[in-house]
Design a protein. Structure first.
Length: 196
């Protein structure tokens, strides 16, 4: 009986070593293979947004929750007008974020964010054109589905720009709850993204 017990313990130990390897090696592979220049080009091709970022880091928690951290992300319109700037973005998602096209976001946190809300002379919001133009095939995905979560932001500045006015509001902390995020995303017309 002890022979089988030892075999079982060895088998369990091998499974645990494999599990530890997966949660430590897979994220390192994705982090080291992430090509910032290629990603910036893909975002431009998919959205016509000028994009810069410093780094993307992947982690995998023991419960197999993926953690993605983005440093210094900046998005500008093709005319170089600012859209979005964040010094730190971190979100937790299902592990399919590594290879799939189904993004189940469990939590999202941003720090030191500036968002420019621009109204064009015809009264339309400048960002309204982006969702319909977004082309997920640039990233090798026929379509993408997203399940959003609460969004917590520390140090948020929102600028409101019209052809004749400029205002800004600052928030030390701001939370947009899942239902608010979901309603906002569903109000936009995405051509290759499904909001769950």
């Amino acid at each position: 009986m002890s022979k089988y017990k030892n075999t079982l313990m060895i088998f369990i130990a091998l499974i645990l070593f494999a599990y530890a390897g997966i949660i430590s090696i897979v994220p390192k592979v994705f982090t080291s293979s992430f090509n910032v220049d290629k990603f910036e080009e893909q975002v431009y091709e998919a959205t016509s947004l000028l994009t810069t970022l410093d780094s993307v880091q992947y982690k995998l928690k023991p419960n197999l929750t993926a953690v993605v951290t983005v440093k210094n992300l900046s998005l500008k319109y093709i005319d170089y007008q600012p859209l979005f700037d964040a010094k730190h973005i971190e979100f937790e998602a299902s592990p399919t974020v590594f290879f799939g096209s189904d993004f189940n976001i469990k939590s999202m946190y941003m720090k030191n964010v500036v968002y420019a809300d621009q109204i064009l002379p015809n009264g339309q919001n400048k960002i309204a054109f982006l969702p319909e133009a977004f082309n997920s095939e640039v990233f090798g995905k026929k379509s993408i589905s997203v399940s959003p979560s609460d969004l917590k932001i520390k140090n948020l500045k929102v600028t409101y720009v019209t052809p004749r006015t400029y205002k800004e509001r600052n928030y030390r902390e701001k939370t947009f709850y899942k239902d608010e995020v979901n309603d906002f995303l569903k109000s936009l017309v995405f051509s290759h993204v499904k909001i769950k």
